[in-house]
Design a protein around this ligand. Structure first.
Ligand SMILES: Cc1cc2nc3c(=O)[nH]c(=O)nc-3n(C[C@H](O)[C@H](O)[C@H](O)COP(=O)(O)O)c2cc1C
Length: 359
């Protein structure tokens, strides 16, 4: 029986336990989108996870859509991430960077003035997105990428992955969920292209398969994972047949030898996405979404996942794995400071106590 505290191997990534910290945007990067000392401390505190997946990190200026998200395309950002990687490795942890290109899910005021808003098709994201002051504002009409520009976007992801490795980060995860660029290609409503990247499921999955293939060639398949959430409607996603789209995608990725599939297993997809993954993908699986320790142990014991990821519980419990081991009650996270410390980056970020310091 597989236990949550037992070691695991996901491709080249050797995990001390099967508790993964899910990627979480916290909007605390510095003025050049670089990781700050507060971010170094935040990840250091959580290095007891078998694997940390960083917050969504833009591979290029155009990939940014939210306020104060970090990048991995400039030297100052690479140096900041180097400190994060060293801090996590110093505590015996492993860390993978989530590469997040938002595509059309972007607000102009949140990114560089020269950064374009691009997407598979010129169809805007219907959901507003918080601007610099946290108030949601409408997104911009995107420009549809020319077919000839797609290799450039893939090359930016590749360069970002090389930069992450140069910074000492152990691997990358391609964010293909939550209505961002890769998912905009996957979903039939946001991808109305008439070329080889649109139309049939085989064509709509092409961008993601090509990007993951390029990442695997650049840094080795065992250091590349991907995150999906079949059936999610966030950021205006409405695929006509997500079961078909994702079965096609998973089959297209299966032979690449990637490190893992990270599944956000939502209950209202209209089908069981974990069963779909298991039927079409033979590599390691990280399951996520609303898990408790008890539920996670069942999923692992049944062999349905190789590791499990936790988001919210890691915000308020930097020592989550130790609390799980000791059966200590979990602290609740303060939603008011998820994306801001209200002028103090440490607030609601690095100031959650470890259990021995709880009064
Ligand atoms: C504050 C916050 C920020 C998030 N940012 C990201 C992100 O950058 N990338 C991503 O893939 N998911 C993101 N998520 C989703 C989480 O990774 C996770 O899927 C979600 O919280 C469900 O897991 P949980 O029930 O264990 O919290 C975020 C969630 C929260 C609460």
């Amino acid at each position: 029986m597989t236990d949550i505290f037992s070691p695991a191997r996901l491709g080249e990534l050797a995990l001390a336990n099967r508790v993964v910290m899910a990627p979480m945007t916290r909007d605390r990067a510095g003025p050049q989108d670089e990781p700050t000392e507060a971010m170094v401390e935040y990840y250091r505190q959580r290095a007891g996870a078998g694997l940390i997946i960083t917050e969504g990190t833009q591979p290029s200026p155009a990939g940014k859509g939210y306020w104060r998200t970090p990048g991995i395309h400039e030297p100052v950002q690479v140096e900041g991430w180097r400190k994060v990687a060293e801090a996590v490795h110093g505590k015996g942890g492993r860390i993978v960077m989530q590469l997040m290109h938002v595509g059309r899910a972007s607000v102009r005021a949140n990114k560089a003035a020269t950064a374009e808003t691009v997407a598979p098709s010129a169809i805007p994201c219907p959901d507003p997105i918080p601007g610099p002051d946290g108030v949601p504002v409408p997104t911009e009409m995107p420009r549809a990428l020319e077919a000839g520009e797609i290799p450039e976007v893939i090359a930016q992801y590749v360069e970002a992955a090389r930069n992450a490795r140069e910074a000492g980060i152990d691997g990358v995860e391609l964010h293909c969920a939550s209505g961002y660029l890769p998912m905009q290609f996957l979903s039939s409503n946001s991808n109305q292209r008439c070329d080889a990247y649109g139309g049939s499921a085989e064509n709509r999955v092409r961008f993601v398969v090509e990007t993951l293939s390029a990442l695997a060639r650049a840094i080795g398949p065992g250091r590349v994972g991907y995150r999906i959430c079949p059936g999610v409607t966030f950021n205006g996603m409405a695929d006509a047949d997500p079961a078909e789209t994702y079965a096609t995608l998973l089959r297209g990725l299966d032979e690449l030898g990637l490190a893992y599939c990270h599944l956000i297993h939502i209950p209202n997809a209209g089908f069981d996405s974990l069963d779909l993954v298991r039927a079409n993908w033979s590599g390691p699986v990280i399951e996520n979404c609303g898990l408790t320790l008890e539920r996670a142990q069942v999923v692992l014991a049944e062999g349905k996942a190789d590791a499990v990821s936790f988001g919210l519980p890691f915000i308020g419990n930097p020592d989550l794995v130790e609390r799980f081991r000791k059966g200590v009650a979990l602290a609740k996270a303060d939603r008011g400071t998820f994306y801001t410390g209200h002028g103090d980056d440490a607030r609601g970020y690095t100031d959650y106590p470890r259990m021995e310091d709880c009064k």
